[in-house]
Design a protein around this ligand. Structure first.
Ligand SMILES: [Zn+2]
Length: 432
């Protein structure tokens, strides 16, 4: 099977914001979970001239809110729901090594039991069915689903939701025109990295913030820079939920939702500190790490580069990289509530994950994962360990057949505090 959905979808389509239901906190079109869309295939008949007028008018509104001008008009197209789903499936055809690394890491971290499952295929199908529109930086075209296109000029909630979708995607187009380096898709780059997390959270957070302001203006109000900004973003993040289908691992759903929630909060905080200038500076700053993005009051202060844990004897290194604070939140979200996961993960000051495999036993050699996380202080490290102990116990009980020394009913796993050159660190290990 084709692996690496996180690589292809998050790094490209989602990065460019296909899930616009998230942007407006209005609900997606009601459709029972698991039921395929009934929209007909084939050409979609909509009035393109009228659509163009709407998109251009919304472009002017986006420019006014975002204080940035489009350098060129944004091209758009309308696709049937079925064609959008097919587009997502095609995304999965792009083969590269990076998504395979993501899959192995997901196995190593216990999010997936095995890298050859059908979970990611199922997930791609679901994403295709749920998308209302997306912006693809590879061709610079904004795609709308026929449902949104037909609603665009309507009064009432359906019209507002469709226009909010376009606003969200137009922000991605604007980002692409001004910050192409941040937006551009690299199909070969892994999705589970600190850098990829920063990219997604900034892009989706920015688009979400503009859309929330646009919605406030529809009601004759303002949000940005007012006392209502923080509570409004918090309410949105609490309610934000786009993916209704429960047939895929919780991690996939969490990983898709987090950039919107954490991103809107982070970009909101940036805006509070320095308006759009601060947001633009973050978009332009390549070396920005999750810790600095999520806690602009701290910035780079205290962030460290962490040396990976050495390979265990009899293993060779498959990969090592920095995963970032948001990936730590995702791990914690397996055992604690989202808010608590956010608090606990805020001790993150840098990390290094290393994945090794047993030597000389073929392609599916047993794996060993070691994730070393630098913490702000001893208290932060202790709290992190305390929270992770139940997860480690669950791993041991549930087993980890892909990890070295693991089986269907047992798993060598541990979480410990260490003191080293990077200060106090927590080491999470799976496989012996
Ligand atoms: Zn988006």
């Amino acid at each position: 099977m084709r692996v690496g959905l996180l690589g292809s979808i998050c790094a490209s389509l989602l990065a460019s914001g296909c899930v616009t239901g998230r942007a407006s906190d209005l609900t997606l079109p009601q459709r029972p979970a698991g039921q395929a869309p009934t929209a007909p295939d084939g050409p979609v008949i909509v009035d393109n001239a009228m659509l163009g007028v709407s998109v251009r008018a919304l472009s002017r509104e986006v420019e006014a809110i975002r204080a940035l001008r489009f350098q060129r008009e944004v091209s758009f197209r309308v696709l049937s729901v079925a064609a959008i789903a097919a587009h997502f499936r095609d995304e999965r055809g792009v083969e590269s090594e990076a998504p395979k690394g993501d899959d192995l890491l997901a196995v190593g971290l216990g999010h997936l039991r095995d890298e050859d499952g059908n979970d990611r295929d199922e997930f791609a199908r679901m994403m295709g069915n749920e998308a209302q529109g997306f912006y693809d930086p590879r061709d610079g075209i904004l795609t709308l689903s026929e449902v949104e296109a037909r609603s665009l000029s309507r009064a009432g909630p359906a019209g507002i939701e469709a226009r909010a979708t376009v606003v969200h995607e137009l922000v991605h187009a604007l980002q692409d025109q001004h910050f192409h380096g941040r937006v551009a898709v690299d199909d070969t780059a892994p999705a589970m990295t600190d850098r990829a997390s920063v990219r997604l959270a900034l892009l989706e957070g920015d688009a979400t913030l503009v859309t929330l302001e646009w919605q406030a203006r529809q009601r004759g109000a303002r949000m940005l820079g007012t006392l209502d900004q923080r509570p409004r973003i918090a309410r949105w993040a609490e309610r934000a939920q786009v993916l209704t289908e429960a047939n895929v691992p919780k991690y996939f759903i969490d990983a898709i939702e987090l950039p919107y929630e954490a991103g809107a909060t982070a970009v909101g905080a940036l805006y509070e500190r320095g308006g759009w200038t601060a947001v633009n500076a973050a978009l332009a700053r390549d070396e920005l790490r999750t810790g600095a993005m999520l806690h602009p009051e701290r910035g780079d202060e205290g962030l460290v580069v962490v040396e990976p844990a050495p390979s265990r004897s009899g293993t060779e290194r498959v990969l090592q990289r920095e995963l970032g604070e948001l990936e730590l939140r995702l791990l914690l979200a397996a055992i604690v509530r989202k808010e608590r996961a956010g608090e606990l993960a805020s001790t993150w000051r840098g990390d290094s994950v290393a994945l090794d495999r047993a030597m000389g036993v073929g392609a599916r050699a047993p794996l060993v994962l070691q994730w070393r996380i630098a913490c702000g202080d001893v208290q932060g490290a202790d709290a992190l360990v305390l929270a992770l102990v139940p997860l480690v116990e669950r791993w041991r009980r549930d087993g980890c057949p892909r990890m070295r020394g693991g089986s269907a009913g047992a798993c060598p796993a541990s979480v410990t505090v260490e003191q080293g050159p990077a200060g106090v660190t927590v080491l999470v290990r799976r496989g012996d």
